[in-house]
Write a protein that binds this ligand. Structure first.
Ligand code: SF4
Ligand code: SF4
Length: 107
């Protein structure tokens, strides 16, 4: 028997900065949509791999979460949901070990 997955909106799946994996299709869409706000944030962060994690070439800071992750105080949400990167659209809730409902199937 399989339990019904219910997203807790905890935001943990966005504690990885998926924007670092944005592809040309995403960048082209943001340009077409005139979303310079998004492009500016990503450009400013200049993320590169530094050993086993990412770091900003500007500040040396290791990002802890996606810059577009927001919360209402009670639950998290994506502030660019309507045009989020393809990798985020493909993500299946519950499919990552980051998710508290990973392997939620009843045994
Ligand atoms: S763009 Fe939105 S869905 Fe994707 S990681 Fe950031 S907050 Fe999460
Ligand atoms: S980690 Fe899982 S429960 Fe939390 S917001 Fe993401 S999909 Fe929902």
């Amino acid at each position: 028997m399989t339990a019904t997955f219910s997203c807790l909106r905890c935001g943990r799946c966005c504690f990885v900065d998926f924007t670092a994996y944005a592809v040309s299709e995403d960048f082209n869409r943001w340009s077409t949509e005139n979303r310079q706000d998004i492009l500016n944030v990503i450009e400013k962060r200049h993320l590169v791999w530094a050993g086993d994690r990412m770091a900003s070439t500007e500040t040396g800071v290791h990002p802890y979460e996606c810059p577009f992750l927001s919360n209402t105080g009670k639950e998290c949400f994506c502030s660019i949901y309507e045009t989020r990167p393809l990798i985020c659209r493909k993500y299946q809730p519950g499919s990552s070990e980051l998710c508290p409902q990973w392997k939620f199937e009843e045994q």
